[in-house]
Every structure is written in structure tokens, then in C-alpha cells.
Write a protein that binds this ligand. Structure first.
Ligand code: ASP
Length: 306
């Protein structure tokens, strides 16, 4: 099967069938990363440009590794060292990059909608690697793959997403993804960080960590996005951590076999206690490993592969 689209901008516009196609493709590509020679010629001759206007460790590295494992050429533009700091607009930077004829452009930008803006203007495929507080589709896809592997299904689960929902593109993409695949999604955090719009999509909102975690199969903790906060959303970090932090005692509210997830970077001791982050129920590093497979799948499918 093929993915009949030019761009990957968000999970809001993917169908459950398209999500399943990406996850199945990622599952079948995973084995390549365990071979002694971790490379297949599938995308030889293709060029992938990555353009990151915001910091990134996992997303950027795994896109680069994914590109190399498929034998495509990859070029990374470090925005801090580019003409963007001389005042070049995003549209001009992208038009200039496109003149060099890449096949795919991977972009992370602080403005929600930046990848959509480029996708309308450029002939090459555009992949959203995180746009402001809007969406982070490849993160949600790797989260879905990790849950599907751990639980054997994506339907009928109770998924609790906890913390700074308001500023989280990870939460927004996961709400779309888990609801489309038939799970129940609970969002927990301080009232100031619970955007009511997500209830309209079908997610349950609560200020009670206990209510969200009780009977949960999946517990996904989020970082406080302090860099996106213009005003006070909670009183002190200590109080936030006491009310919304995941530790062995609060994790006991979830099902005995609940898995613990986090997109990273972790703020150890704030939203998650190291005993849980490094404990037996944590799948945080499996998420990172699956990130490579999911990005390989997205690069392959958007290049017209099957
Ligand atoms: N790495 C994720 C993102 O870029 C989550 C985070 O930064 O907290 O959205």
C-alpha cells in the first residue's frame, strides 16, 4: 500500500488506515536497525533537508539516522548559523533550499502552522517535526507504535496524558492519534493548562491526577514548556510536582501493567521521579528506538515507497 499524500503535517488529517499503514511499515523496517550493516538502498539518490528553528535532540538525530539507514542523502541546516539570523524570512529560506531540488524537507519551527505554510508553497514534500504548540506527528506515531507493541492493540485502552497539555504539541497529536485508533484519552493538569478545545475532540479533561491515572493502561508524562510560558500557570515547581508528579505512589493508581511514557527531554524530579523514569514499567527508551523506525517509514512512504 502507498500513502497518497505529499506532506505529513499532523495527525488531525490522517485516517486510521493511514496511521496503521505508517505503523506497519515502521514495524517492518525496525529490523534494519539491528543488522550488522544498518543500511538498505531504498532511497538512494533522494535528498532530505532538515531545517530546525528550535532545539532538538531526539527528533533531529533520528530523522538523520533514518535518512542514512535508507541511503538517502541528508543535509542539516543549523538555523543559528544560517541567514535566518540576518533577517531572511522562512518563505525565502525555504524557496532557496527548494531551488537546490531536495525531495523532502523536515521542519521544526516555533510558529504553529509554519510547515503548512511551506507545504502550500513548495513542490517537495514537507514533514512537520514540531510546530509551536500545534502538532508533532512523528512523535505521536512513535508513541502509538510503542503502545501497540506493549499492549498488542490501540483500541479500548485508557491513555492518561499528564502535565502541560496547553503548550504541548505532543499531547495534541496524541489526542488525535489515540482517539482515531479507538482508545480513551484522559488529559490531566492544572486548570490553567487544560485547553477546553480538546474536550470537543472527545478527550476527557480533569484536574485530578488520581482520576486520570485510575485504571490507566498508558501514562504519558509531559515536560512543563517553560520556554512557551509568558505568565504564571502554577504557583511553584515544588507544588506542581507534588500535585502532578509521577512517582511510585501515584503510579500505583494506574493498572498494574501500565506503561510509563515521556517524549523527552525529562525534567527529573519535576514531572517524573527517577525511580519511575528508570523503572521496569518505563518504555521511554523504546520510544526513542521506535522514533528511528517511524521516521524511516514516513520518509519511505512520502517518497512514494510501499
Ligand atoms: N520534545 C518534545 C517536543 O519537541 C517535547 C518537549 O520538548 O517537551 O515537543
Amino acid at each position: 500500500m502507498r500513502l497518497k499524500r505529499k506532506d505529513l503535517l499532523g495527525l488531525a488529517d490522517l485516517t486510521p488506515e493511514e496511521i496503521t499503514l505508517i505503523l506497519d511499515t515502521a514495524a517492518s523496517l525496525k529490523e534494519i536497525s539491528t543488522r550488522p550493516i544498518k543500511k538498505v538502498p531504498t532511497l538512494r539518490g533522494k535528498t532530505v533537508v532538515t531545517l530546525f528553528y528550535e532545539p532538538s535532540t531526539r527528533t533531529r538525530m533520528s530523522f538523520e539516522i533514518a535518512t542514512k539507514r535508507l541511503s538517502a542523502d541528508t543535509v542539516n541546516l543549523t538555523v543559528a548559523a544560517s541567514s535566518a539570523v540576518k533577517g531572511e524570512t522562512l518563505a525565502d529560506t525555504a524557496a532557496n533550499l527548494e531551488a537546490m531540488n531536495p525531495d523532502l524537507l523536515v521542519i521544526r519551527h516555533q510558529a504553529s502552522g509554519a510547515p503548512h505554510f511551506l507545504a502550500r508553497r513548495l513542490a517537495c514534500g514537507v514533514i512537520n517535526a514540531g510546530d509551536g504548540t500545534h502538532e508533532h506527528p512523528t512523535q505521536a506515531l512513535l508513541d502509538l507504535l510503542t503502545v501497540r507493541e506493549a499492549k498488542g492493540t490501540l483500541s479500548g485502552l485508557k491513555v492518561a496524558i499528564v502535565g502541560d497539555i496547553l503548550h504541548s504539541r505532543v499531547a495534541r497529536s496524541n489526542v488525535h492519534g489515540f482517539l482515531k485508533m479507538g482508545s480513551e484519552v484522559w488529559l490531566a493538569g492544572p486548570a490553567t493548562m487544560l485547553p477546553p478545545g480538546l474536550a470537543a475532540l472527545g478527550a476527557r479533561l480533569t484536574t485530578s491526577l488520581r482520576e486520570a491515572l485510575t485504571g490507566a493502561d498508558v501514562v504519558m508524562m509531559l515536560r512543563l514548556q517553560l520556554e512557551r510560558m509568558g505568565q504564571h500557570f502554577f504557583s511553584t515547581l515544588r507544588e506542581y510536582s507534588r500535585t502532578y508528579g509521577l512517582n511510585p505512589d501515584t503510579l500505583a493508581w494506574a493498572k498494574e501493567d501500565a506503561i510509563v511514557m515521556h517524549p523527552g527531554p525529562l525534567n527529573r524530579g519535576v514531572e517524573i521521579d527517577p525511580a519511575v523514569a528508570d523503572g521496569p514499567r518505563s518504555v521511554i527508551l523504546e520510544q526513542v528506538a521506535n522514533g528511528v523506525a517511524v521516521r524511516m517509514a514516513v520518509l519511505l512512504l512520502l517518497s512514494g515507497g510501499e
